[in-house]
Design a protein. Structure first.
Lengths: 329, 333
């Protein structure tokens, strides 16, 4: 474009006058350096978590903290299995076996034998079911309600909207007591359905508010044109509004997922065994001699990865989506 | 006077072109089934759709929030404990409220929570807004840095709290090393001293939630139309003037939304403290929500805890109402 002679092409890219020259360049370098530095510093705790997951117990509690160490899968063994202490000669005999599985070998090196898988995988599976279902539900219901609030003259609209927001102000502990009693009578305690419903409701306030902002931004004229052309309201919603709102829907989806995935208080108070999710169970991984830091780090790491993958996959929607929502007047 | 132009489509080429596509498509469709008659309205009426769309949300909210809310309001006037199901609630009137409001300890916890909320939200706002200012211009790797900074908000607060306990440890934690204490145990034991424990909780909260403020500010900043700055720089307005007269007023609505959500959440801080300090040492980090949990699920004083919850709810609603009002003022002004 720059090489083409002036006049043959219309100028379609404008450069802001304050965006050229050395001063702007210096400013840009400062931006890059400072933001990169901040990102790196704020990642230290997470990198430390990754490092800790691969440390042996003696390396974790060494002072000063070790940056260089021999990595081990001890933490993962502690996380994924239940073990018992065995006499030294038995452990030696085990180690002598030529094709002992890796996890058994690591356990035997510390004089332990694996008795079976731990509850961790089951708990993560519970988290997947509960967070997944409730996120989908609250995004779908939130989209429908946000559309209705955005487009129709709902009686008492602003009161209803403040009411919806106010449900978010309740400390979880407040709602838990009555819900605890209600669930006990309905048989919903410690069930997947119970937590799915609860998380859906808690995310609904957020998703309605966020999505209403996005849908407000889509000009009404599009739908009106579609209606004039013989679309029904539902068709106009499905074929005109939804595709336009997709960035907002994706951003909402990510936020709801993060909340439901990490929720702790409700899960702690309303589940015991069958439907217990990972967050309340990770802190309870106490070993015999104090907290098993490497198991906790490994567990948190495994638990963080799914949500990071989803966020990275929807990253563009998230950044672009929130931008779009910002335009509301 | 610099005023955003009312045309809401123009600054967004993408939206405009999408819109044109839609219009073209619709023109094609209408040409295809061109009929001289007035388009008929088939299917449901708008009113039906309106209620069909809102009803599930409202029903769920009423069942899971309004019912529990009224039920706990009732419980707040009674003497009751969930672990004694055979003793039905006994009506005691305002006794629970009177008792709580006269309890100096409760006021201490509320004051502590207030200090925590103000400090923590103020720091998050500063850090988050600063980061957004840095990241607003596109540069190479911009999106990646933004996403990396966002990682802390994807984590479970209770796990974060637990893990920072390791980081704050005076002998084998890395925090003291990073801030310059190179000999073990020479630095402060952050979580063991009442004077520093609240500060430690604030540090972790700021680390975790500044990215959230950043994300909302970033979206506000990116939505400011370029021509405002162009006009200002043609008028040779200083960048200081541009910041106060363009950037800040334009980003204010989103900044306030971020602050509103963070304030509500900070009032309810529970998981993080449970993981990090469990309310200790002593009761130095016993925030209102943690105290509430103790009354409700350690002492199982269900009636009194419901009353305490109501007091908290009223405070949070009053504060949010103030925010929502100033938000509306900013939007109109």
């Amino acid at each position: 474009m720059a090489a083409s002679p002036i006049g043959s092409n219309p100028v379609i890219v404008a450069t802001r006058v304050d965006k050229v020259g050395t001063r702007a360049n210096v400013a840009r370098i400062i931006r890059v350096v400072v933001s990169l530095a901040f990102a790196l510093v704020s990642l230290i705790p997470i990198s430390w978590m990754v490092v800790t997951a691969f440390k042996a117990r003696s390396d974790i509690v060494s002072a000063p903290p070790k940056i260089f160490f021999t990595p081990t899968l001890e933490g993962f063994v502690n996380l994924l299995t239940n073990r018992v202490q065995i006499p030294q000669d038995q452990a030696k005999a085990k180690l002598a076996q030529p094709n002992l599985p890796l996890f058994d070998r690591i356990a035997a090196e510390r004089g332990q034998a694996i008795t079976g898988p731990s509850q961790y995988t089951g708990r993560v599976l519970n988290s997947l079911i509960i967070a997944g279902a409730s996120t989908v539900l609250s995004t779908v219901l939130g989209t429908l309600a946000a559309y209705a609030f955005s487009r129709f003259n709902v009686p008492g609209k602003s009161d209803l909207l403040f009411f919806i927001l106010s449900t978010r102000m309740l400390p979880p502990v407040v709602v838990t007591i009555p819900i605890f009693l209600m669930y006990r009578d309905l048989g919903l305690r410690d069930t997947h359905l119970g937590l799915i419903l609860l998380y859906t409701v808690f995310n609904l306030s957020f998703s309605v508010w966020l999505l209403k902002g996005f849908i407000d931004e889509i000009p009404k004229e599009y739908e009106e044109a579609a209606l004039v052309d013989g679309y029904t309201r539902l068709q106009a919603f499905g074929k005109v509004v939804l595709p336009q709102a997709i960035t907002g829907i994706a951003a909402t989806f990510v936020f709801c997922l993060i909340f439901a995935w990490n929720e702790y208080a409700f899960a702690l108070m309303l589940t015991t065994e069958r439907a217990r999710t990972a967050p309340p169970s990770i802190p309870t991984m106490l070993g015999s001699g104090g907290i098993e830091w490497s198991a906790i780090a490994a567990g948190s790491l495994g638990f963080l990865i799914p949500v990071v993958i989803v966020t990275f996959a929807l990253r563009d929607y998230l950044l672009r989506g929130v931008t779009f929502g910002a335009l509301k007047k | 006077m610099l005023r955003p132009c009312q045309d809401r489509i123009a600054p967004h080429g993408k939206t405009l072109s999408q819109g044109l596509q839609v219009l073209n498509r619709m023109a094609a469709i209408s040409a295809r089934n061109a009929s001289p008659s007035v388009p008929r309205r088939r299917g449901m009426s708008d009113r039906q759709i309106q209620w069909l769309f809102i009803a599930p949300t409202l029903i769920l909210l009423v069942l899971m929030n309004i019912f529990p809310l009224f039920f706990s309001l009732y419980l707040s006037f009674t003497e009751y404990s969930v672990i004694k199901p055979n003793n039905p609630p006994v009506w005691v009137g305002l006794e629970n409220f009177r008792h709580l409001l006269q309890d100096k300890q409760v006021w201490t916890y509320f004051a502590l929570t207030g200090r925590y909320v103000v400090l923590s939200v103020a720091l998050q706002t500063l850090v988050g807004f600063g980061l957004a200012m840095l990241l607003r211009e596109k540069f190479k790797g911009n999106g990646l840095i933004t996403t990396l900074i966002l990682i802390p908000i994807m984590m479970s607060p209770v796990v974060i709290g637990l893990f920072w306990k390791l980081i704050f440890n005076p002998s084998y934690g890395i925090f003291n090393y990073l801030i310059g204490f190179t000999t073990p145990n020479a630095g402060p034991d952050w979580l063991a001293k009442p004077a520093t424990a609240l500060g430690a909780v604030i540090i972790v909260d700021v680390w975790m939630w500044s990215p959230f403020v950043m994300l909302l500010c970033l979206s506000g900043l990116k939505a400011i139309p370029d021509y405002l700055y162009e006009a200002a720089s043609i008028d040779r307005a200083s960048s200081w003037y541009q910041f106060w007269r363009i950037t800040l007023p334009q980003v204010a609505p989103l900044l306030l939304i971020a602050i509103l959500f963070r304030t509500i959440e900070a009032f309810k801080t529970f998981d993080l403290v449970m993981g990090l300090t469990g309310g200790g040492p002593g009761d130095a980090t016993e925030l209102a929500a943690v105290n509430l949990y103790r009354v409700a699920f350690t002492r199982f004083n269900t009636g009194e805890s419901s009353a305490l919850a109501y007091i908290m709810l009223v405070i949070v609603m009053a504060v949010s109402n103030l925010y929502v009002r100033s938000l509306n003022r900013v939007r109109e002004g």
